[in-house]
Design a protein around this ligand. Structure first.
Ligand code: MRU
Length: 387
C-alpha cells in the first residue's frame, strides 16, 4: 500500500505551465497517475468521466478550470487575436467593449463546464463564485478606463486568487467537519461509510472520513467498514485504498452486506458525504445511500451526513427539486467485467445518486457546527451564521 497517495494533491494548479493537475481516479487503486488538464474539453471530460470527482473536489477543479480558460481568453485579447469580435481585438476598443467581449466568452466556457455533472451543487457554486469576482473586476476596470492589458491582468489575477481561496477553504472546512464529527465517536467504534467522501473527493481529510482521520491520529482504533458502492466502486477502489494507506483497520463489503453488519451490532455509527442538501435536510449522495439510511433507522444506528456549507442549497426547498444524474448503461452491464455480464439489449436503471429523506438523518455535520432536526430551522441558522 502506497502511503504517498495521501501526499499527492487531489487537484492542484501549476501556475508556471497554467495547467491543472489531478490524480486520475479512474485508474486507482492499480495505478497512481497524475494528469494535466488545460483545454475546456479536457476539464469537462475529467469531471464527466469521474477522473476528478466528489462534490468539493469538483468545485475546486471548476475554480481552477475556469481560471485557466479565462487566461486563454485574456491572452487572445491582449495579443489582438480575439475571436470574440473584431472590436475587442482592436487596440482602440472602448474598455466597456473589451469587458463585454471577454465576459461573453468567459460565460460560454463557464456554462460549458457547469454542464459536466448536474447533481453536486459545488460545481455551480464554485462557478457562480468565480463569476461574481469576474463581473466585479471587469466592471471596476471598465469604470476606471483600464487599457485591455491592465484589465486582463486584473481579472485573471483576481480569478486565480479566488480559485486558490476555494481550494484552501476546502481544507479548513474538512478539518472542522472532522473535529465536530470526532465528538460523535468513541475509541474502538465500528464505522460504516458509503462511496468516497474522503481525501480523494476533497482537498484533504475528506468530509465523511475527516472524523476517521482525526480519530486515527488520536489512536482511537476504529474499525472502518467500506461499502464497495456499485456501480463505479468508489468505496472499494478509493475509500478502502486511501484509508488503508493511512494505516486504518479497513474492511470492504458489498453494498448488500451492510444490513447484516448492522444487525450483528458491528456498526456504531455511519458517516456519509453529500452532493447537495436541500433546505429541509433531504440530501443527494451516491446511489445506495438511501438504502443505508433506511437500514440504519431499522437497527437504530446513528446516521450522520457530513456537509460543507458549499453543498447546502438553500434555494432547493426539498429533495424533489434535486436533479439526479443518469449514467450510461455500460457502467452496470460491462464495466469491471471481463465480458459483458448482462443480456444484450436489457433495459438498465443507472442513477448516480439517490435522495435520502431528512427524517432518516440523525445529524448533519458542517464546518459551522452540528445541525439536528428540525433541519429546516437548524440549517437556516447555520447557513446564516458567520464562518
Ligand atoms: O459520483 P461521485 O464519485 O462524484 O460521487 C461522490 C459522492 O457521492 C460523495 O459522497 C459526495 O460527492 C461527497 S464527497 C465529500
Amino acid at each position: 500500500m502506497k502511503r504517498e497517495l495521501l501526499d499527492i494533491p487531489t487537484v492542484e494548479l501549476d501556475e508556471d505551465k497554467n495547467v491543472m493537475r489531478i490524480i486520475d481516479q479512474t485508474l486507482l487503486p492499480g495505478e497512481t497517475k497524475v494528469i494535466e488538464l488545460k483545454t475546456a474539453q479536457e476539464i469537462w471530460d475529467a469531471i464527466y468521466l469521474l477522473k476528478v470527482r466528489g462534490a468539493p473536489a469538483i468545485g475546486v477543479a471548476a475554480g481552477y478550470g475556469i481560471y485557466i480558460l479565462a487566461c486563454e481568453i485574456a491572452d487572445e485579447i491582449t495579443s489582438g487575436v480575439s475571436t470574440v469580435s473584431e472590436q475587442v481585438a482592436d487596440a482602440n476598443a472602448a474598455p466597456e467593449q473589451v469587458a463585454e467581449g471577454f465576459y461573453a466568452q468567459y460565460k460560454e466556457k463557464s456554462d460549458y463546464l457547469n454542464s459536466a455533472r448536474p447533481t453536486a451543487v459545488n460545481l455551480s457554486w464554485a462557478l457562480k463564485r468565480m463569476d461574481g469576482v469576474c463581473r466585479q473586476v471587469l466592471d471596476e476596470a471598465a469604470g476606471s478606463k483600464a487599457d485591455p492589458a491592465a484589465m486582463m491582468k486584473a481579472v485573471t489575477d483576481r480569478l486565480r486568487a479566488e480559485a486558490r481561496t476555494i481550494h484552501t477553504e476546502d481544507i479548513e472546512t474538512c478539518r472542522k467537519i472532522g473535529e465536530y464529527g470526532l465528538s460523535l465517536i468513541k475509541p474502538g467504534d465500528g464505522i460504516l461509510t458509503h462511496c468516497n467522501a474522503g481525501q480523494l473527493a476533497t482537498s484533504k481529510y475528506g468530509t465523511a472520513t475527516a472524523p476517521m482521520y482525526l480519530a486515527h491520529e488520536k489512536g482511537y482504533g476504529l474499525h472502518i467498514y467500506c461499502d464497495e458502492t456499485r456501480p463505479l466502486l468508489q468505496g472499494a477502489r478509493l475509500t478502502a485504498h486511501e484509508l488503508a494507506a493511512a494505516g486504518m483497520d479497513v474492511t470492504l463489503q458489498c453494498d448488500n452486506m451492510a444490513a447484516s453488519l448492522m444487525k450483528q451490532g458491528k456498526i456504531n455509527a455511519i458517516f456519509v458525504g453529500c452532493d447537495r442538501m436541500a433546505a429541509n435536510g433531504d440530501f443527494a449522495n451516491k446511489i445506495g445511500t438511501l438504502g443505508v439510511a433506511t437500514i440504519a433507522a431499522r437497527y437504530k444506528v446513528p446516521f450522520y451526513v457530513c456537509v460543507p456549507s458549499s453543498s447546502v442549497d438553500m434555494n432547493t426547498k426539498d429533495g424533489s427539486g434535486i436533479v439526479i444524474e443518469q449514467r450510461p448503461d455500460t457502467e452496470v452491464t460491462e464495466m469491471w467485467y471481463e465480458k459483458r455480464m448482462a443480456p444484450e439489449g436489457i433495459k438498465v436503471y443507472n442513477p448516480a445518486f439517490d435522495v435520502t429523506d431528512h427524517d432518516l438523518v440523525t445529524a448533519v455535520i458542517t464546518e459551522r457546527g452540528i445541525a439536528r432536526a428540525p433541519f429546516d430551522e437548524s440549517l437556516k441558522k447555520l447557513m446564516n451564521a458567520e464562518d
